[in-house]
Design a protein around this ligand. Sequence first.
Ligand code: ASP
Length: 413
Amino acid sequence: MRLSLNTQILLGTLAGILLGLVFSKLGPDAVISRNGLYLSGLVGNIFIDLLKMILVPLVFTSIAVGVANLRVHQQMHRVWISTLAFFVFSMAIAILLGLSAANLFEPGKGLSLDLFHDAMQRFETRQMTPAEFTVKFFHGLFVNPFAALADGNVLAIVIFALFLGIALVIGGERYRNILVLLQETLELTLRIVGWIMRLAPAGIMALLAQLVATQNPALLSSLAKFVTVVLGTTLLHGFVVLPLILFIITGITPLHFLRNAREALLTAFATSSSSATLPVTLRCAEQHLHVKPDIAGFVIPLGATVNMDGTALYEAAAALFVANLMGVELNLAQQLIVSATAMLAAIGAPGIPSAGMVTMVMVLQSVGLPAEAIAILLPVDRLLDTVRTMVNVEGDMVGSLVVQKITRPNRPD
Ligand code: ASP
């Protein structure tokens, strides 16, 4: 009997966590752990490298083809507007959840700051105000497409592919050959994604074994309450709020959705990168969840860098945590500022591991909290990144289904 890929990935996840626990129990110097971790590093890196290899051609062709095909339905602007509206709406809910949980449970209250004194002293941050951040963000949108493709700059690739897609729509029949070429390149890249996915169970196992084995339990326990509040709220958003929104708008049941989205969710969990997961996310949306390629090809790549519910929630909750540690009470106006900058920070964070940590600086500074405080959060960031990336990716898939429902109700084609 051959196990389905979905089941293999699930088994890989469990085996990875177990192996990681064994390695950390034996200690890093034991022969088994040393060789095991070496091998995990090798396999995990190859898996991520393969995903990154296919990422750029995939994003480029899927967006250009997605946008060019929207013409057929004359609904480009409806798709645009509903996509952006959904992204803002779902991130706003995530932020509200994060802030509510942090206000309710008050993580950080009563913790001694001395505990973190050293970490803060050793840490230097680059100061960046929200205004500077916004300028930098917009500056990074329009880049020489060849440089963007060579550097793997996903957001800039998305923007150029949008231009190309729109030009193809307006140019119409005259550029038919180029559209066909792009469509066929997209098909070919998806074929390669299928091959890469065969390595997913082993890749995910290796990445998780490494991650679990390198966690520091002592540091974790000092931040236990914060970690629990953030993980709990992120999971609530991912397993209750998003599926509920999906169910209300599209009628798709949570179980059906989660079962078909599982490949992408577990890959996001193991890689902590929405961008690296993107090939898998697209595959799940189109092949398992039956989102039409023109919608998925547009919503998912854009969402991978722009729509980050987990990151937005984390940034808002973490700002309150730091305020509590400092003994600062943030009033309603300040919490609103935190909400707005958390959304900006999540939109601006690229889909790579710990990116949210970097843009966190801006959120802290927006209400005058010391940027150095992110040193306190660093030790637990890789752990929290797993779950928030999973929810980031989930939001993109939910978004594509919602946008499909809103813009093309009852169209079977
Ligand atoms: N790792 C996250 C992602 O790729 C971004 C973050 O650090 O919050 O979606």
